[in-house]
Ligand binder design. Sequence first.
Ligand SMILES: Cc1cc2nc3c(=O)[nH]c(=O)nc-3n(C[C@H](O)[C@H](O)[C@H](O)COP(=O)(O)OP(=O)(O)OC[C@H]3O[C@@H](n4cnc5c(N)ncnc54)[C@H](O)[C@@H]3O)c2cc1C
Length: 400
Amino acid sequence: MGKGTDVKDYIVIGAGASGAMCAILLARNGKDVLVLEGGARACAKLAATGNGRCNASNVEISPSRYNVPEFVAPVLSRFTAESLRSCFADLLGVATREVDGRIYPYGNNSGCVVNALIARLSQCCELKVSVRAKRIVRAPFGYEVVASDADGGDVRFRCRKLVFACGSNATMGFDSLSLMSDLGYRVTERVPSIAPLPTRAFRGVSGVRAYARGTLFADGGEISTRYGEVLFRDDAVSGMLAMELSSAYARALRNGARAFSLVLDFVPDIPDDKIDGILCSSACDARGALIGFVPRALGEKLAAAAGIESGARAADRLDDLRRCLRPEITIEGLPSFKQAQVVCGGLDTSQFSPKTMMSLRDEGLFAIGEALDVDGDCGGFNLHWAWASAAVCASEEASC
Ligand SMILES: Cc1cc2nc3c(=O)[nH]c(=O)nc-3n(C[C@H](O)[C@H](O)[C@H](O)COP(=O)(O)OP(=O)(O)OC[C@H]3O[C@@H](n4cnc5c(N)ncnc54)[C@H](O)[C@@H]3O)c2cc1C
């Protein structure tokens, strides 16, 4: 069937980070691209990333920061953090800067990336919003997509090649993987990731923040350690430290680990003998001495849990005080998908080629971004995967 009929060269389902980038790169090379977005606006999740700042990538991008290193390696070797920075500058007119290894738009707000993507998309592709794909049908010319429009009516679109870029059902996302499972594709077990770590250990100190080194253990073995800020909540530990540890939690849970604990070291840079000296020098009682190291509400909670009564002398309770400064707590349960930034799990990657992102069984059918069972650590690794898989998918026709 020739060009100029109602059969598009490409349909991209999903105008999030990966779909928008892929569509723009394909169109830049002269392809006729239709983008279907189920939400009322393209790139809605992208706008919320990085607390509104869009942590778009990281200077430490490497396969080891993902759950499936062998699969992502060929993609990441072709699209590095530098490729992303050039792509943003040359394709979108967005400058970037690095802060502690994380890459952000220079203007420090996600809006400039979202606006640039939407402006470029509208210029070079056909973008339909509030059109949600419901079914993909294999056809002699390629693929037909059955979708519902804003009024709930059925609409059909045809293309030679199809890119599935529907993301995940983490915060703000739709669950659209059934479109692919209906075609016979395997979907792995899905667990919320980059989310608070569930625990009841800090009930009563909700809203308190402290810095700590956190070491997470699964079935007795250490699986991850990080330093950063913890935000205590009645039902979880949150904050950057918990978010950074939670990828390891989600991956271990999915791999069958059952018993999890977290050691929070509030004094990782002070040796024990020095801590003892400082505690014993305090003019206050043991509880007062503890509050010299951690916020008051947290110190009171830890002291009460350790049975340190007010008036006790620090010198008499040194073992307990040291344990309070390095408590070990139990992590159990799952955060909801609505609390999670990403999902660990998705389309089984063994069904796709990491050289092209194309299906190994359906010519011209591609999957990119978080719809695949690829999850990265907190810190720009997930958006980097979205951009990189989009660029590799489009590289059949174009490159950054
Ligand atoms: C609050 C929050 C903060 C985050 N911060 C960061 C960060 O700073 N750095 C980082 O690296 N990662 C961050 N992430 C993760 C990152 O946003 C995602 O990994 C990334 O957006 C995935 O890109 P994607 O294109 O695969 O999916 P998405 O960006 O989710 O895009 C998928 C698109 O497909 C559309 N869609 C779904 N189903 C259909 C359908 N059936 N028909 C039509 N359209 C459909 C959706 O509406 C959506 O627009 C954050 C996530 C959240 C929720």
